[in-house]
Design a protein around this ligand. Structure first.
Ligand SMILES: [Zn+2]
Ligand SMILES: [Zn+2]
Length: 279
């Protein structure tokens, strides 16, 4: 529980520093992957057909990374986690199990990409490590791969004609949007793979509620360009960057971190982020 402003400020600084450090490492992991894997196989994916079927592109069968490729990526992530993760003993246990090859990083990656996120339950009690930590590490090693796939399919994502309430690359729900009514641009953003894709409607992307009387917008008091859009049917929210007063579009990855206080505001109204469930 965070009590004072001072504690809040300290927590926020740590939060930013952690993500800043992690971003730097993930850029290196992306560079590593570009050299380590062949994207040829992605060329054979029928993007249009997958989207038409209501699916997303990178599923557990579309992993071009081998277990051996994931190890150096994890080695880069580990020091950052050691610096910031609260339960160091648990992290040490993960490292130990991983060193003995008792945990498959590729399996964690498959879980992240699985449509049914209850797959994580199979690890409950399997190791003296929480599913939460397994999932976190799974997401950290998967994110650079997904981001590269997103870049690979960027032309197709831009040309999307269907209004998708989920990320075309990884199937997650958006947690942020960029809306610029002046230029008629509406984009959702996926935190896991940094994908942006356009949308036009005003329905809730989580439960697809279209009743506008159940959609709420909460504006913070600091006159920033950001606000919250929440749904009173499913109690889920996403953050919006209102681009109409700003000539340059910000990076939503950075904007998401910067607007951490909006998340706290949304939670104080009993709204929550979308769950981990892929579509
Ligand atoms: Zn995604
Ligand atoms: Zn909803």
């Amino acid at each position: 529980m965070i009590n004072t402003n001072e504690e809040q400020r300290h927590f926020f600084q740590l939060y930013l520093k952690f993500h800043e450090d992690m971003m730097k490492v993930q850029v290196k992991n992306m560079q590593y992957l570009v050299a380590a894997i062949s994207f040829e196989k992605l060329h054979r994916i029928d993007f249009g057909k997958i989207i038409k079927n209501g699916d997303y592109v990178i599923n557990p069968h579309q992993i071009l990374v081998e277990e051996n490729d994931l190890e150096p990526m994890f080695e880069r992530i580990l020091p950052i986690m050691k610096k910031y993760y609260q339960d160091q003993k648990e992290l040490n246990r993960f490292e130990e199990f991983n060193d003995k090859r008792k945990i498959s990083l590729k399996q964690l990656m498959k879980n992240v990409l699985h449509k049914d996120q209850s797959v994580w339950n199979m690890h409950k009690g399997q190791y003296p490590i929480s599913v939460n930590l397994l999932r976190k590490i799974g997401e950290y090693i998967t994110a650079p791969y997904l981001e590269l796939c997103s870049e690979y399919f960027s032309d197709k994502i831009v040309a999307l004609e269907k209004d998708l309430p989920y990320c075309p690359i990884c199937g997650r729900h958006p947690i942020m949007a960029y809306i610029n009514d002046k230029q008629d641009i509406r984009l959702y953003w996926c935190q896991l793979c940094n994908t942006e894709w356009k949308f036009t409607n005003t329905r809730c992307p989580f439960c697809l509620n279209e009743d506008q009387s159940k959609i709420v917008h909460i504006f913070p008091s600091d006159n920033s360009f950001n606000y919250i859009t929440a749904c009173d049917v499913c109690k889920t929210y996403f953050k919006v960057y209102d681009g109409q007063f700003d000539n340059s579009k910000p990076q939503l990855m950075v904007e998401n971190l910067r607007t951490y206080k909006l998340d706290m505001l949304a939670m104080s109204y009993a709204y929550h982020k979308p769950g981990f469930k892929a579509i």
